[in-house]
Design a protein around this ligand. Structure first.
Ligand SMILES: NC(=O)c1ccc[n+]([C@@H]2O[C@H](COP(=O)([O-])OP(=O)(O)OC[C@H]3O[C@@H](n4cnc5c(N)ncnc54)[C@H](O)[C@@H]3O)[C@@H](O)[C@H]2O)c1
Length: 344
């Protein structure tokens, strides 16, 4: 592969694993990232094929310049989870909805052939039924889920006539990255198990889909490289397993710190859902190679070896870091309702 690919948000948790994998495949990679969490993209190889630009996707001039000569876009930049999206609803709307819609339109106008969008299983909301598939109507229950849903549907509607948009609806990710997030369920558990010898489980019976970061990266590579007619206008769930939160804690404990204690506390987040990854298996022959125990082991090893020096640091929690650095300002809860009620 010798094309030029633009990865927005490429300095983030997923991007810091995806960018080296794209370089390994032979892509020339341009990263556009506001670097809210710094720039930890590995520079170990082929620096002449990597162009990292510190810029915001809300900056239309920076986006226009970054799209020059690009064949393919992988769009990761976002307020990237429910709690950080709720912090500052106007900021979330500006990035996750307005700037994302502009980016899709601009990419299409500039002749980009493939646009892979970081969507999420959160678009489905809380569902009682097992095996929620890609045809299930969206029922997001958070601002994050709602803007992800709107941009996911917008991309599908814009697809066709030489512009192949495809949504990757990821389960919650786990495993190691140079830009480490310890605010994701399995990663939180692994850090607690190693650092405190105790796992705190809220509730436990909620089902949560998960995927290990290596498999997510493989899925992004697949969607970037697949024949256009197989992916154009499509969405694909990517998920390794759908364990309950208590099962996740037990798997993490067994794989990361067998002596640790599991403490059950009152439920804080009742979201429960169960997604099917059958479509990507049947249509693109993709299956996950790793399970959550592998992700937990990676995190435990990173902490145990000192590679992850300070697991308690704010930089590993999006919400804490965005507040501490002033990127986001906590608004009154009613602001979130106003933004949510106004419509796109
Ligand atoms: N990590 C998960 O479990 C998960 C699951 C499903 C979907 N996703 C989606 O995948 C994408 C990547 O997630 P992640 O875990 O790597 O998140 P992350 O927060 O680690 O990375 C996001 C990156 O985007 C950048 N960014 C944010 N706003 C920007 C802006 N306005 N302009 C330029 N750059 C900006 C940040 O600086 C950061 O480097 C996100 O869109 C997220 O919603 C993640």
């Amino acid at each position: 592969m010798s094309g030029l690919i633009l990865v927005t948000g490429g300095c983030g948790y997923v991007g810091c694993r995806l960018v080296p994998a794209l370089l390994d495949q032979g892509w020339r990679v341009r990263v556009l990232d506001a670097q809210f969490f710094g720039d930890l993209v590995p520079r170990r190889s082929v620096p002449e094929r990597l162009d990292v630009r510190k810029a915001d996707i809300r900056d239309e001039n920076a986006v226009a310049a970054a799209l020059q000569g690009v064949d393919t876009v992988i769009h990761l930049a976002a307020m990237s989870n429910d709690p950080s999206a709720e912090l500052d609803p106007e900021l979330t709307r500006a990035i996750n909805l307005d700037a994302t819609v502009r980016l899709i339109r601009r990419a299409k106008a500039e002749g980009v052939a493939r646009f892979v969008n970081a969507s999420t299983a959160t678009v489905y909301g809380v569902r009682a039924e097992p095996d929620v598939d890609e045809a299930t109507p969206h029922r997001p229950i958070s601002l994050y889920g709602r803007f992800k849903s709107e941009t996911d549907l917008f991309l599908s509607a814009e697809s066709g006539r030489g512009f192949a948009g495809v949504n990757l609806r990821a389960a919650t990710v786990c495993g190691w990255s140079p830009r480490m997030r310890l605010d994701l369920t399995v990663n939180i558990f692994a850090a607690q198990a190693v650092a405190a010898g105790r796992l705190r489980v809220h509730g436990g019976q909620q089902r949560r889909p998960n995927v290990v970061i290596e498999d997510l990266v493989r899925a992004y590579l697949l969607l970037a490289n697949a024949d256009a007619e197989l992916v154009c206008g499509q969405s694909f769930n990517v998920c390794a397993s759908n364990h309950t939160v208590l099962e996740l804690a037990e798997i993490v404990a067994a794989s990361a710190a067998p002596a640790c204690e599991i403490v059950i506390e009152p439920v804080q987040d009742a979201r429960s859902y169960h997604v099917s990854a059958r479509k990507i298996a049947e249509q693109l022959n993709f299956s996950c190679h790793y399970d959550v125990s592998d992700g937990a082991k990676q995190v435990a090893q990173a902490i145990g070896s000192g590679r992850l020096a300070d697991p308690a640091a704010a930089i590993h929690s999006n919400i804490r870091h965005l507040l501490e650095t002033g990127v986001a300002v906590r608004r009154a809860p009613h602001d979130a309702r106003l933004v949510a009620a106004r419509g796109p």
